[in-house]
Design a protein around this ligand. Structure first.
Ligand code: SF4
Length: 373
């Protein structure tokens, strides 16, 4: 560490916390609140970068995948969502199992994907057999493609449609070929926030419980945080600590993915609650704090280019992120906000990673390197 960096850290308002984390100590809620309140993003970034480099050196990973949004029909009406359509809406769609499989096969043949990230709305017309058949057929035709699919809230919806338990749903889907669970649907794990932005969605403990059930069944997952919907610092801090606490018990989270709320075309923008996204400095600070809070707990941290853009994702790698995320060809949810073009091929990701002096490794679903670029 340069003398300048050392001085910056020593003079920061959180130097004692940064010292603790460098010594391998777990941080608590108060530490987390102080980090979030700190106005020293550069000091946080230096430590985030040191912690990342200790684990991964100058390697950044990405996964070659497609996002497959199988339906936009949804009965949950989240106020931050521009993607859903109510049942009966003329713009609603649901892909047939044949179409789901065809898209995966085409993406495997044309782009060599190793993962399909399958997510959709809470569609009450879809029974569990739809997912089982889709997963089985994908596995039959593309055994080399991992299924990273269905958020905790989709699992909850299926259990309600089936009048079954979420544990039973997870177990059946695992048998049909589900490999891992994305972390979506967490937003901010605080029920006051949830009641305000997604009153019909599962509450914080239900999200955590479904994640625990998945981990106990051997289904690994990611965890996410969507910040910038008007939550306060303490609510954000509690979110991070709840995930850290569960990870300490299960070790089932492979990665943490923070992203900022994109208000375009959402109810929250229309009613004036939130007009703008949180911006670049907030993203970098959040990346650094996530690396610091999850040090020794969750190894992988995604830079999330999808909502923040490729340039910010490059910078995020220097603040503690180690993973660029995925190629995400065909994504519909974020593109519904008009946030940015969502077509990014592996060539472009490799070029972006190399441009800032990192080595690009293509990974699989489980963050294992499958190709060095
Ligand atoms: S975020 Fe998901 S659950 Fe909420 S309205 Fe959109 S599609 Fe439905």
């Amino acid at each position: 560490m340069s003398l300048f960096a050392q001085e910056l850290i020593q003079k920061s308002d959180v130097s004692d916390i940064l010292d603790q984390v460098l010594h391998g100590n777990r941080l608590d809620l108060n530490d987390c609140i102080r980090l979030l309140k700190s106005d020293n993003p550069f000091a946080l970034g230096i430590i985030g970068n040191i912690l990342r480099e200790k684990l991964f050196g100058k390697v950044a990973t990405f996964v070659n995948n497609i996002i497959l949004n199988y339906t936009n029909v949804c009965i949950t009406y989240c106020k931050f969502c521009a993607f859903y359509r109510a049942p009966g809406d003329s713009e609603g769609y649901t892909l047939s199992v044949e179409d789901v499989v065809k898209r995966v096969v085409t993406a495997r043949d044309h782009f060599g994907i190793s993962q399909v990230l399958m997510q959709g709305g809470h569609n009450p017309d879809l029974k569990i057999e739809y997912y089982e058949e889709a997963f089985r057929t994908v596995k039959e035709k593309c055994p080399d493609v991992a299924i990273h699919g269905l958020s905790a809230s989709e699992i909850d919806t299926i259990s309600k449609v089936e009048r079954s338990s979420t544990n039973e749903v997870l177990s059946r889907l695992q048998k049909a070929g589900l490999d891992s669970l994305p972390g979506a649907g967490a937003e901010i794990l605080d029920d006051d926030v949830k009641s305000r932005i997604s009153p019909l969605k599962i509450k914080s403990n239900e999200w955590l419980n479904i994640m625990k059930q998945a981990h106990d069944l051997g289904i690994k997952s990611s965890a996410t945080m969507m910040y910038g919907t008007g939550e306060d610092i303490e609510q954000r801090a509690r979110h991070l600590i709840k995930i850290a606490d569960l990870q300490e018990k299960t070790r089932g989270f492979m990665a943490f993915i923070p992203w900022s709320f994109e208000p375009n075309n959402t109810k929250m923008q229309a009613d004036g609650t939130i007009k703008y996204s949180s911006g670049g400095l907030e993203l970098l600070k959040t990346i650094a704090i996530s690396r610091i809070i999850f040090s020794g707990l969750i190894d992988h941290l995604q830079s999330s280019w999808l909502t923040n853009g490729v340039g910010m994702a490059q910078l995020a790698l220097t603040y503690g992120a180690d993973d660029f995320g995925g190629t995400l060809i065909g994504e519909e949810v974020v593109s519904a906000t008009g946030a940015r073009s969502t077509e990014l091929t592996s060539d472009k990701i490799v070029a972006a990673i190399k441009q800032i002096g990192f080595r690009a490794h293509e990974r699989n679903n489980f963050y294992e390197t499958i190709r060095v670029h």
